[in-house]
Design a protein around this ligand. Structure first.
Ligand SMILES: Nc1ncnc2c1ncn2[C@@H]1O[C@H](COP(=O)(O)OP(=O)(O)O)[C@@H](O)[C@H]1O
Ligand SMILES: [Mg+2]
Length: 632
């Protein structure tokens, strides 16, 4: 009779190794907890709500998901049956070697395998398709929502952040639908199925195997704590880099002009390094977890072979059950089938977590309620004459810091009003309030006698043409930049509009004329040309109200004479509101309004204001003398 102590020595040894590893793991975790001061996911939307909102996007595809579930259950058959078949084959070989019988089992195995592969193929095709549909719906909704935000809301979110939301975060969610959820469900089914199969096969061996379970749970829990953190850091760093890139690529010319390349490069390198470190940490944590689980797997297989094998060879029972070689083979394979899903489940759980973090970020953009919206009783103004009135308007960008303080004026339809005042006096603000880019705090703005808050924003902006100092051109062609929102302009109409504002000569000189390519932001055109294009773009839509904010600043004196001429013509189109620094541009305006620190100092025609000898008179003589000086 062998010494029972010695017999179980190998088991004790394996147990000891696992124990030591667990201890190291726990210590590392404790240390990590002490050093980690970073807050957890800054969640403010509960998981249940996120789930509910995500489910809304998946709801139209119920049928597809159900189908996938059925296919998945079919494919699991392979995972559960394969070990049994292999075990059977082993038993057959040992008993009596009969090729035909054997062949039947092998054929069965191959058949199930093929069915499983076909199932997996269709499952992933359906899921990928559905995932892409959900993704594009989400992306489109998000973009539409961002479009509805007011200027001040848009000012408060960096563009890079929005890019990350629309591009990366939506992607994480679609991944969740395509890969994570179904794979997780499948893995859970497999783990449970395998356990049931093992219990049915040999209760005592299963119980011995389950001794490893607590360690598996421990490793997984600790692993999750680590990965949660590393995933979050990776995500934050990615957003960081996107935000930095989108800002600095837009401003790269300024960087070059001011010779700041080195500093910017250093900043970018630092961010890039941080992202690299975060990614490395992520890999490191995964790299520790996988071998740990593998070690548990190997240990349990060793124990099984040792205990089961001992029982089998010595023809005794293990605990109270007989162990056959068939059972041993099947068990060996089942253990593998058990560990694989556990390992991936832990990682999938993290992906799920990260998808939820993305979802939360997306939903918090959705939760920004557009500040400037149509009132329920807002009316459609089909025909806007273009009469504009400000009645004691108070406005502040930041609460309490009044930018406009009781501004009142009245412009009749088809008249021209000009705003004059030093930088920061509130000229641009007044113009953007008329288009309702912001809502005012006190007073009234009336268009044709109707408060603009009672006019549908779309109908308001459709009839307003804004020409601003920095013209934004989209990539496309000259034509696409001119017609913008509406199709159906003939070339003749476009050329007419070009001639109207004297833009025809420069467009005519281009190789491809109206079809000349416009690069991103119109980088291949001069500032003056861009401005002329913005004039064409505006007048072709026959606006009732035209707004020019320092739109003539980039134009040389010669072109300005042309502009002067077209401005005179444009007066026939509709009401015009102009801000121009060159007073010669505006002296024919019907009304000149002089602003200072958000208040109206004086108003009247050029002649009236000169006669008053006030602020306008000062400005005018200053410019007049300067011109004379330059001319001399
Ligand atoms: N988006 C904004 N957020 C906060 N303050 C702003 C914003 N735009 C302008 N301001 C402030 O409002 C004031 C008036 O600006 P603005 O109307 O652009 O002047 P102007 O066009 O006459 O030069 C300035 O003091 C400016 O700092
Ligand atoms: Mg301005």
């Amino acid at each position: 009779m062998p010494n029972p102590m010695r017999e179980y020595l190998p088991i004790l040894f394996v147990g000891g190794v696992i124990g030591v590893f667990s201890l190291i793991f726990i210590l590392a975790w404790k240390r990590e907890q002490r050093t980690a001061s970073a807050p957890d996911f800054d969640r403010h939307i509960p998981d249940s709500e996120i789930f509910r909102r995500l489910a809304k996007y998946a709801a139209p595809y119920k049928k597809q998901f159900l189908l996938v579930l059925v296919i998945m259950l079919a494919s699991i058959t392979y995972d559960l049956a394969a070990p049994l078949i292999v075990g059977r084959v082993e038993g057959l070989i040992k008993d009596r070697f009969e090729p035909p019988v054997l062949l039947r089992w092998v054929a069965l195995y191959a058949g199930i395998l093929i069915v499983a592969l076909v199932c997996t193929y269709f499952q992933s095709i359906i899921l990928q398709k559905t995932g892409q549909k959900i993704l594009s719906a989400l992306r489109q909704d998000l973009f539409t929502h961002i479009e509805s935000l007011s200027h001040s809301q848009l000012n408060s979110i960096p563009v890079g952040k929005l890019v990350t939301r629309v591009a990366n975060d939506t992607n994480a969610i679609s991944q969740m639908f395509t890969n994570v959820l179904v794979a997780m469900a499948k893995n859970v089914f497999i783990v449970v199925g395998v356990l049931i199969a093992m219990l049915a096969l040999n209760l005592s061996l299963t119980l011995a195997f389950l001794c490893f379970a607590p360690f598996l749970v421990l490793f997984t829990v600790i692993f999750r704590k680590f990965t949660r953190k590393v995933y979050r850091v990776v995500k934050d760093r990615t957003t960081d880099i996107n935000t930095y890139l989108s800002e600095n690529l837009s401003g790269i010319k300024v960087t070059q002009i001011f010779n700041q390349e080195e500093r910017k490069r250093a900043e970018f390198f630092a961010k890039s390094e941080e992202l690299k470190r975060a990614k490395q940490n992520q890999i490191f944590v995964l790299g520790i977890f996988r071998p740990m689980v593998y070690m548990l797997y190997i240990s349990s297989v060793l124990c099984l072979l040792y205990l089961g094998g001992k029982g089998y060879i010595q023809d005794t029972t293990f605990l109270w059950q007989v162990v056959t070689s068939e059972t041993l083979v099947a068990f060996y394979l089942y253990i593998e089938k058990f560990f694989n899903p556990i390992q991936t489940l832990a990682e999938q759980f993290n992906q799920l977590q990260s998808a939820f973090a993305s979802a939360e970020k997306i939903f918090s953009v959705f939760d920004l309620v557009p500040e400037v919206t149509d009132e329920p009783d807002a009316v459609e103004l089909d025909h806007i004459r273009g009469e504009i009135e400000f009645k004691d308007v108070w406005f502040a960008y930041e609460p309490g810091e009044w930018v406009l303080k009781g501004v009142s004026f009245h412009v009749e339809a088809k008249q021209t009003a000009a705003f004059v005042g030093s930088t920061g006096s509130g000229k641009t603000t007044i113009l953007s309030l008329i288009c309702r880019n912001y809502d005012i705090q006190k007073g009234h703005i009336l268009i044709d006698g109707v408060d603009i808050r009672h006019i549908k924003i779309a109908s308001l902006r459709r009839r307003f043409g804004q020409m601003l100092q920095d013209v934004f051109l989209f990539s496309g062609t000259i034509r696409s930049n001119i017609v913008l929102r509406e199709e159906g302009f003939t070339d003749e109409e476009i050329w007419d509009a070009c001639r109207y504002v004297n833009a025809d000569s420069f467009i005519g000189r281009l190789d491809k004329g109206l079809d000349e390519e416009v690069r991103e932001r119109g980088g291949n055109f001069s500032a003056g040309q861009r401005q002329l294009l913005s004039f064409v773009r505006t007048i072709i839509h026959r606006p009732a109200v035209m707004i020019l904010d320092e739109a003539t600043a980039n134009i040389d004196t010669e072109t300005e004479l042309l502009i002067q001429d077209s401005l005179e013509k444009m007066k026939n189109i509709g009401t015009m509101l102009i801000v121009a620094h060159r007073l010669s541009t505006i002296q024919h305006a019907d009304q000149i309004i002089v602003l200072s620190h958000g208040e109206i100092l004086e108003a009247g025609t050029h002649q009236e204001l000169l006669a008053q000898k006030g602020r306008y008179f000062q400005l005018y003589t200053l410019q007049f003398n300067k011109q004379k000086l330059l001319g001399a």
